[in-house]
Write a protein that binds this ligand. Structure first.
Ligand SMILES: *Cc1c(COP(=O)(O)O)cnc(C)c1O
Length: 452
């Protein structure tokens, strides 16, 4: 065929998009793809690189591009890294039962801000205040978008144009975008750093107090630890000092958990109920770290202080929606009933090594004949800024596939949405974070990747 004939064989766009393959497709998405594709085709014909134009082949290829665009980019993956609270992989999983109950509320009208008893406007945070009081013994609670928002709101409300005293050893950066000094600046609070990187004493806080001081703040060292000659002031002492000076004490706890950590880690981190015994004026933590619920920042503390936070106009921009509150309420109920096994994050954390070994055997059996697998003892981290530099035991499958390098295997699994890790030259699927209902999917992924 001559170039002219080939060009003439390119279908008219409006007729082409009526092709049966595109039944039910959005023309808004389809049209630009077709135009771009045909334009490239014209260029290819003119430069002599295309010698055939087949309408059905064009339709197939364009359909592929359309489908790629319309497949949601945010999708399910399998976390085989062993890191339980993995921020890149969506942090804590939501308990499906809580999600189901929240769905009923979210997909119908509800009393989010309506007092059913009085028939008047109500308060959105009232739905969890009694439950949270039962769980933590706090006077009141406020829920915002995440813990970063909680920190910002507290600083802005109590220390705008005033001073906040904080230890030099606690000026943490989390995930690259949350840095205590920056948040402090944007909130309008003046940060007064005290102590040294490795040691801060109570007198350092005390000497820094002026009439402009409003908050004494403690920040949890979430993703690092300081070793050697160190001293930090426990929160209860900061609390006492604040009280003596008529100031507010505030603890940015980062991750917070309800039950003692296993594997001898209990002494490294206090539980929320333990910290609450010191009756902090204000305390905030993430709901989707070790607490194991939905993304939110929870602020608990003295009633009159929470009331002041509620009056800050900024709350309107930071507040959470009905879905978050509904899930949170269900999860708190689960915790109050002591059913910690239902909270996926806690279930994964508490699974004993023997249980993980049995899981590894089951998964290995499913992969038999497809990949070579060896069960190995390993260690992993909890993640989510909970226990920096601490390892917990785990069991993994070290996977092999002929002469494939661990990197190639890692990429091949990742292409099938299974995210593992490489350790000491082996590609590992860590059973700490793989759930039994995912075994069959991993087996399917393995079949796909070896045949591709
Ligand atoms: C994680 C963390 C934050 C930020 O919490 P998000 O819920 O991620 O917004 C703030 N402070 C500390 C100490 C943290 O560990």
């Amino acid at each position: 065929m001559s170039k002219q004939d080939l060009l003439r064989a390119i279908p008219k766009v409006d007729i082409f998009i009526a092709h049966p393959l595109f039944n039910g497709y959005s023309s808004k998405v389809l049209l630009p793809i077709v135009r771009e594709y045909f334009e490239a085709l014209r260029r290819s014909i003119l430069s002599g690189n295309t010698e055939r134009v087949d309408e059905n082949v064009l339709a197939e290829e364009i359909k592929e591009r359309y489908d790629a665009i319309m497949t949601p980019s945010l999708q399910k993956v399998i976390n085989a890294t062993g890191v339980i609270v993995h921020t890149n992989l969506g942090r804590s999983l939501i308990d499906p039962e809580s999600f189901e109950k929240a769905k009923a509320v979210a997909t119908s009208y509800n009393n989010l801000e309506y007092d059913l008893a009085k028939g008047k406007r109500g308060e959105r945070y009232s739905h969890i205040s009694t439950l949270m009081n039962a769980l933590l013994g706090c006077e009141d609670v406020l829920v915002v978008n995440n813990n970063a928002a909680a920190v910002f709101l507290v600083l802005n409300t109590f220390a705008k144009r005033k001073e906040v005293v904080v230890s030099r050893g606690e000026l943490v950066e989390i995930g690259g975008s949350f840095r205590i000094p920056e948040v402090m600046k944007h909130s309008g609070a003046k940060m007064v750093e005290v102590g040294a990187t490795n040691k801060t004493h109570l007198r350092d806080y005390e000497e820094a107090v002026t009439e402009r001081t409003r908050l004494l703040m403690k920040v949890h060292k979430s993703n690092y630890s300081i070793e050697g000659f160190t001293a930090e002031v426990p929160f209860h002492e900061i609390h006492k000092l604040a009280k003596q000076h008529g100031l507010t004490d505030y603890y940015d706890l980062g991750s917070g958990h309800i039950v003692d950590l296993p594997y001898g880690l209990a002494h490294t981190e206090h539980t929320l109920p333990e910290i609450m015994k010191d009756a902090p004026s204000l305390l905030s933590f993430s709901a989707d770290k070790l607490f194991g619920s939905v993304q939110a920042g929870i602020i608990v503390g003295k009633r009159e202080l929470i009331a002041r936070l509620k009056k800050n106009q900024l709350l309107r921009m930071l507040r959470v929606d009905k879905v978050t509150l509904a899930i949170l309420a269900e999860d708190i109920k689960t915790m109050l009933l002591g059913e910690f096994d239902k909270i996926p994050t806690l279930k994964m954390l508490f699974d004993e090594v023997e249980v993980l070994r049995q899981k590894a055997e089951t998964l290995r059996a499913k992969l038999e004949g497809v990949l070579e697998c060896e069960i190995v003892e390993t260690q992993t981290v909890i993640g989510g800024g909970s226990t920096p530099n601490r390892k917990i035991p785990s069991v993994a499958l070290a996977v092999k596939m002929g002469k494939w390098s661990p990197n190639r295997l890692e990429k091949a699994f990742r292409d099938e949405k299974v995210i593992g890790r490489i350790e000491h030259g082996h590609f590992l699927l860590d059973l700490r974070t793989i759930r039994p209902e995912e075994f069959d999917e991993i087996a399917r992924a393995a079949v796909c990747l070896v045949s591709s």
